[in-house]
Design a binder for this molecule. Structure first.
Ligand code: TEU
Length: 536
């Protein structure tokens, strides 16, 4: 394929580095551990998962107030994970197997322990004072505006020594950088170049939608729809008109793109929230000179009640319709901030059955699939005893530890020789057992991934939803040249039978969530069954 692009046609696997594989027995995952597991991810054969790239949540030196999203040195590796030499070896070993490496780039804020901030807070005249967002209090001493941090509480912290407030859109330990200061921009662009020179293939950009704010720092208006506050906390009490999705962010995005384009075949994927129309703005409009991908979280927000054929089809079609011509979709079912997919889909036997349908959907849609580690074995949220919870966000609402637990390699765990930093989930779901079971979720994942890798229609063919299917059924075709495939998914707990029009002539069953191999114009799907058919 002449225009093969790894980030478009490949599968991106997210690793939460603390929880994937520990190599030195301290109970915390590390980069050597990942190197030891690369063959699981892709050894070039169908025995492996067959992914094309790994995105690592932050691996930088950090006080770990937000487990690495509080960076104290953008050009290093946290000693828990290894050092620069380990990272270099990881890059080389991954590249040998055709696996690309994407780092998490955290431009909105640093750690409060970053030397830049230590200097900035040392005095109002410090040369780096303006690298962060400092403001005087209002006359009565209160914060400069009403902004609420993403985890809850005021987004401003009072600094006794210099008698000003600093802005922190997240934790107090995460002061916001001032992207209106050209020195900050230069320093952060330098970070991108530093890693690209070392061979890093791309960046997942944290809270891309917040790096530049209203220059007047105006008060956010209240959010009239109060429902979201129950789910995501206080931050949803405001409409984030002035501190999120500020139009000037797009200029900063374009500059980042220019830097990334200095190196061949690199990519960016940004974390952006909001409507499809808002998200696709970050691709840069008709010129596509913004991000290569902006995360489409529509399916990461799906839980039990929204797991219907109609809802899912609407979400897919909305995103497809919103994209500017030539822009490429992507799908995310889970990450380190949201409940595990199988748990959201009601957990237990139903959750596992639906996770199979989700796998077939994710790996047959048009767009880059993102897979969060453990999704391929159906890992669920883990119920963690109070005294072992670690995520600071729990102080303000929902903690994220339950979806960050150690990868389940064997019946005994296999993640560490020591005591794991978070407890294991139910070890009956593990890689070793599922590898040996042809009907396991892992085996289904491997079949789907390797089928996708071999199929032009699945990797870059057209997508067209099929109208007129019965309620609860979502069906779509993927076509490229002579290759035409049809995915038919039953989202209900009932068996459903329907006839396909003659224009969709079924030749054979390629694979499915169930054993069924029968292929004909009458499709009989068991409850929660998905099937991929070849048309001719
Ligand atoms: O998350 C951005 C974000 O908006 C979060 O508030 C998210 O909505 C929340 O975690 C849901 O519980 C990114 C990272 O993905 C997250 O892990 C970091 O904590 C955050 O940025 C700060 O860097």
């Amino acid at each position: 394929m002449a225009d093969y692009l790894w980030w478009k046609h490949g599968i991106i696997y997210q690793i939460y580095p603390r929880s994937f594989q520990d190599s030195d027995g301290d109970g915390i995952g590390d980069l050597q551990g990942v190197i030891d597991r690369l063959d699981y991810l892709n050894d070039g054969t169908g025995r492996s998962l067959g992914i094309d790239a790994i995105w690592f949540s932050p691996t930088y030196p950090s006080p770990m107030a937000d487990f690495g999203y509080d960076v104290s040195d953008y050009e290093g590796v946290h000693p828990d994970f290894g050092d620069l030499a380990t990272m270099d070896r990881l890059i080389a070993e991954a590249h040998k197997r055709g696996i690309r490496i994407i780092l998490d780039f955290v431009p909105n804020h640093t750690s409060s322990q970053h030397p830049w901030f230590l200097e900035s807070r040392s005095s109002v005249d410090a040369p780096k004072r303006d690298w962060y967002v400092w403001r005087d209090p209002k006359p009565e001493g209160s914060p400069p505006n009403n902004w609420i941090g993403a985890f809850g509480g005021p987004a401003w912290e009072w600094d006794q020594k210099t008698q000003q407030y600093y802005l922190h859109s997240f934790l107090v330990e995460q002061p916001d950088l001032n992207w209106r200061n050209p020195e900050v921009v230069r320093a952060m662009h330098g970070v991108l170049r530093f890693w690209m020179k070392r061979g890093i293939d791309g960046f997942r950009i944290d809270v891309m939608d917040r790096i530049v704010k209203d220059p007047q720092l105006r008060d956010n208006p209240p959010q009239p729809d109060r429902r979201w506050a129950e789910l995501i906390g206080q931050t949803a009490l405001q409409e984030h008109k002035y501190d999120q999705n500020w139009p000037e962010i797009l200029d900063a995005v374009r500059e980042i793109r220019t830097v990334v384009d200095e190196f061949p075949e690199r990519m960016t994927v940004g974390e952006v929230f909001g409507t499809p129309e808002n998200i696709v703005r970050y691709y840069g409009g008709a010129r596509l000179d913004g991000l290569h991908l902006a995360f489409n979280f529509a399916l990461a927000r799906v839980w039990d009640r929204r797991w219907t054929a109609e809802h899912i089809r609407r979400k897919v079609d909305e995103f497809e319709a919103a994209l500017p011509p030539g822009a490429w979709p992507n799908y995310v079912f889970g990450n380190h901030d949201v409940d595990r997919l199988a748990t959201r889909l009601a957990g237990g036997a139903i959750g596992q059955a639906r996770a199979r349908v989700a796998a077939l959907l994710l790996l047959t849609l048009r767009g880059t699939p993102f897979v969060y580690y453990g999704e391929e074995i159906g890992m669920e949220n883990v119920d963690i005893p109070e005294d072992r919870l670690r995520d600071p966000a729990r102080r303000y609402g929902r903690g994220r530890d339950p979806e960050r637990t150690p990868m389940q390699w064997t019946r005994h765990g296999g993640f560490t020789a020591g005591g794991p930093w978070l407890p294991y989930g139910d070890l009956k779901d593990n890689v070793e057992d599922q590898s040996a079971q042809p009907r396991s979720l892992l085996s289904l994942y491997r079949r789907l991934v390797w089928c996708r890798r071999r199929s032009d229609a699945l990797r870059f063919g057209d997508y067209a939803p099929v109208d007129g299917t019965p309620a609860g059924i979502y069906a779509y075709t993927r076509s490229h040249g002579d290759e035409r495939l049809l995915a038919a998914l039953n989202f209900t707990d009932d068996a459903v039978t329907f006839d396909l029009p003659a224009s969709l002539h079924v030749r054979e069953c390629v694979l499915g969530t169930h054993e069924a191999t029968f292929a004909g114009q009458t499709i009989a799907l068991a409850p929660n069954e998905g099937r991929l058919l070849r048309l001719g």
